[in-house]
Design a protein around this ligand. Structure first.
Ligand code: NAP
Length: 358
């Protein structure tokens, strides 16, 4: 049977940085399905445990894959991978909450890396569009920031002004990186920048050993860490397959422009626990109630070093609301249900031994 023609112009290759990653895996799958030649930039193309899923997908799907070695901190290392590409998807950036040195481990790769990739774009004439994977973390830092947004709702007009190297360093790294991206883009007129700003990404991974912080967060729901209760925290969340689709459309929809909040809806930590409990039953120590804020404020720093008193005050008990309507209107996004994403993700962690019933 003949494969259907792609709705996209697949004549030029496209580059995906951070190709080994969780989000990038699903994006590359979509690109290969459409028949693109994907230039996949990774730190070590010889590392089969990191790139095996990509080469396997390429052998099963319509498109082609070429691996290139590149590192965010090596100036010019993306030049070869970028040759002849029409679109650059810059997804690479560490997403880890617990780091030894936030400047070295988060801010430098995010910021220096974004400058490195986008300055390389300036020297490669085939590139007409760059899609940067930013984050809602570049829009807000703490839950309390929502109340300060007009109408209590986060929009693409808002920037995170509350994060710093000592408080929400990951969010700080994403804010600095996205600001740098806009600065570089606005200094020229040959290529267009579009940013995808996802909230917390959920759903199964295609890579064998996902490193994304998304997995640690969901694993905590099943490893007993939150058995006696969860903080009353609301966040936005989105299925990883929707994030990949949003990248595709940001890369190819003619009129796509600016920042796109890519978020299905608001969920609470308790709701995630309840969705998992409803599917996996009582044998798991999923959180089934919320803890009073005063208790978390008092005991939090001893239980989890991320729960500093400043963090608890600014994040527990604050409603979270974001407006995803630009992504719906311009990119035609529709969003999948999040309980399915959480259940599929947890099932994968059971199957791979990342979470175990005690
Ligand atoms: P991930 O699986 O950990 O992917 C991060 C990618 O960045 C990996 O491919 C990693 O390569 C690469 N990377 C890190 N440091 C690098 C360096 N020095 N040089 C080259 N590559 C480097 O995490 P993810 O969740 O997919 O995140 C992908 C993007 O989505 C990031 O920009 C993140 O900020 C953004 N995002 C994620 C979420 C979420 O909830 N997951 C939400 C909003 C935005 P290695 O495999 O070699 O380490």
């Amino acid at each position: 049977m003949a494969t259907p023609e792609s709705q996209y112009d697949t004549s030029a290759p496209v580059l995906v940085t951070g190709a080994t990653g969780y989000v990038a895996g699903w994006l590359i799958r979509r690109l290969l399905e459409e028949g693109f030649t994907v230039h996949a930039a990774v730190r070590d193309p010889e590392n089969a445990s990191k790139v095996g899923h990509l080469t396997k997908m390429a052998s099963d799907l319509k498109g082609d894959l070429k691996l290139f070695a590149a590192d965010l901190l090596d100036e010019g290392s993306y030049t070869e991978a970028m040759q002849d590409c029409s679109v650059v998807f810059h997804t690479a950036s560490p997403f880890i909450n617990s780091v030894a040195d936030p400047q070295r481990d988060l801010v430098d790769p995010a910021l220096i890396g974004t400058r490195n990739v986008l300055e390389t774009v300036n020297g490669v004439p085939s590139v007409r569009r760059v899609v940067v994977t930013s984050s809602c973390a570049a829009i807000y830092g703490d839950g309390a920031d929502c109340a300060r947004a007009p109408g209590g709702t986060l929009t693409e007009d808002i920037w995170n002004t509350t994060s710093g190297i000592g408080h929400n360093a990951y969010s700080y790294s994403k804010t600095l990186a996205e600001r740098a991206a806009w600065e570089i883009a606005e200094a020229q007129s040959r290529w267009k920048l579009v940013t995808i700003n996802p909230s917390l990404v959920l759903g199964p991974a295609l890579n064998a050993k996902p490193t994304s912080e998304s997995f640690n967060l969901i694993a905590q729901a099943g490893n007993g860490a939150m058995k006696s209760g969860v903080p009353k925290i609301e966040i936005g969340a989105v299925d990883v397959r929707d994030v990949a689709e949003a990248h595709m459309r940001a890369g190819f929809v003619e009129d796509a422009a600016g920042r796109y909040i890519t978020s299905a809806r608001t969920i609470s930590f308790l709701e995630v626990g309840q969705a998992l409990a409803a599917h996996f039953g009582d044998g798991w120590p999923f959180p089934r109630r919320e803890m009073p804020k005063w208790l978390i404020w008092l005991a939090g720093p001893m239980v989890n070093k991320a729960f500093t008193r400043r963090w608890v005050s600014a994040n527990v008990g604050h409603p979270w609301k974001a407006d995803n309507s630009r992504s719906v209107r311009d990119l035609g996004m529709t969003y999948r249900p999040l309980d399915v994403a959480a259940v599929e993700m947890f099932q994968q962690m059971i199957d791979t031994g990342k979470v175990k019933k005690r």
